[in-house]
Ligand binder design. Structure first.
Ligand code: ADP
Ligand code: TRP
Length: 353
């Protein structure tokens, strides 16, 4: 039997190069050798983006992008989280064994709670708790769904008994919590129900795709994204506008962060020969950033344009998208229902009829 792999992306907008190199390209590679389930985390999207008019289209976008990037519904199970009612039921049950303190200390909760409250400073755990709990209006602006986000994510993983969860570095803490909840449940009820999942290591270092604005990672909320669905003109413009510096002043000088970021992107998208050529040009001060950017735009387009074309094609085919997620949901539900029945049994929840 093949090992089970599961991962998902929230339906909060179109996918960018960070999502592609951090997650989606790994999903595609893994479908060849593992029993893979990939889903669209639309319930998780509601924790921060409760937009009823956009949600359904956002889900369709991600399904189409999964397929356009090379996920094959014959090889992997592709489904939408909200199509699996067993997930919210197990989420309720698992929450009985999750502490509100450990949820409040989760880094992603603190970040997102700060954002919801418009607080930009870093603060200690105590300060954040005070900001949220000590103020009547703030305490309503941070929703309980956001607090229990890690429980829901743990359930996504545990209900399919996944062994590997390919995700970017920023999700490691959620995986750590998932393992902790699994251990706790198994120990409390004296069962061996949930395996402890780990991230999947391809042997390289975890990727963090930078933005083109000089610092930090590429992210939807950062406004610095190159989207898989960007058209050629838009994409070229974004790359040509990338932040750089005045150029190396002396041979072999240290690179500034914006320039390092351009090289990181070039390494992800170009050939080793081209990377070496530009590194040498940087080292001997003959580099022209305009040439580097032109090359980078070409290499990114080689990856994204075919995805964009397939995306536009699939996105206009509602029937095909519906078929893929209907069949995916059937398969995912069957497995989820089995695990849920085992969890209910372990907890002593029995029917009278
Ligand atoms: P965003 O940060 O844009 O909201 P998500 O949080 O929805 O993106 O991330 C979905 C997946 O893509 C996760 O597995 C995450 O680790 C990965 N990911 C997102 N941005 C990056 C990035 N800049 N570099 C590497 N991986 C990323
Ligand atoms: N939290 C993940 C993110 O922001 C999305 C997600 C939800 C997920 N449930 C999951 C990822 C289960 C992997 C497995 O990217």
């Amino acid at each position: 039997m093949k090992d089970v792999v599961l991962s998902g992306i929230r339906s909060t907008g179109k996918l960018h190069l960070g999502n592609y190199f951090g997650a989606l390209s790994k999903f595609v590679k893994m479908q060849e050798d593992y029993d893979c389930l990939y889903f669209i985390a639309d319930l998780h999207a509601l924790t921060t983006h409760p937009d009823a008019s956009a949600l359904h289209d956002n889900v369709k976008d991600i399904v189409a992008e999964y397929l356009a990037a090379g996920l094959d519904p014959e090889k992997a199970t592709i489904f939408v989280q909200s199509d699996i009612p067993e997930i919210p039921e197990l989420y309720l049950l698992l929450n009985m064994h999750v502490g509100i303190g450990e949820l409040m200390r989760t880094a992603s909760f603190k970040d997102k709670a700060r954002k919801a409250l418009g607080i930009s400073r870093d603060g200690s755990d105590d300060e954040i708790e005070k900001d949220i709990l000590g103020n009547e209006s703030n305490s309503k602006r941070v929703n309980a769904g956001l607090l229990t986000y890690p429980t829901l994510m743990a359930v996504d993983i545990l209900i399919q008994k996944a062994k590997y969860v390919p995700v970017g570095k920023d999700q490691e803490q959620h995986l750590e919590l998932t393992r902790r909840f699994a251990r706790r449940f198994n120990a409390f009820y004296g069962v061996d129900l949930f395996p402890e999942p780990t991230n999947f290591d391809f042997g390289g270092k975890p990727v963090k795709v930078p933005g083109l604005d000089g610092s930090g990672k590429m992210g939807k909320s950062e406004g610095n994204c190159i989207y898989l669905a960007d058209d050629e003109k838009t994409l070229r413009k974004k790359v040509m506008r990338a932040v750089t510096d005045e150029g190396p002043k002396a041979p072999n000088s240290e690179m500034t962060e914006p320039v390092k970021n351009l090289f990181t992107l070039l390494e992800l998208t170009s050939t080793p020969e081209i990377v070496t050529q530009f590194r040498d040009a940087y080292a001997d001060c003959s580099i022209r950033y305009g040439d580097l950017k032109k090359q980078l735009a070409e290499d990114i387009l080689k990856i994204t344009l075919p995805i964009r074309e397939r995306f536009l094609d699939i996105r206009s085919n509602d029937e095909y998208i519906a078929k893929v997620v209907r069949e995916g949901a059937e398969r995912a539900r069957e497995r989820a229902a089995k695990t849920l029945a085992e969890a209910r049994e372990a907890m002593g929840i029995r029917r009278f009829w």
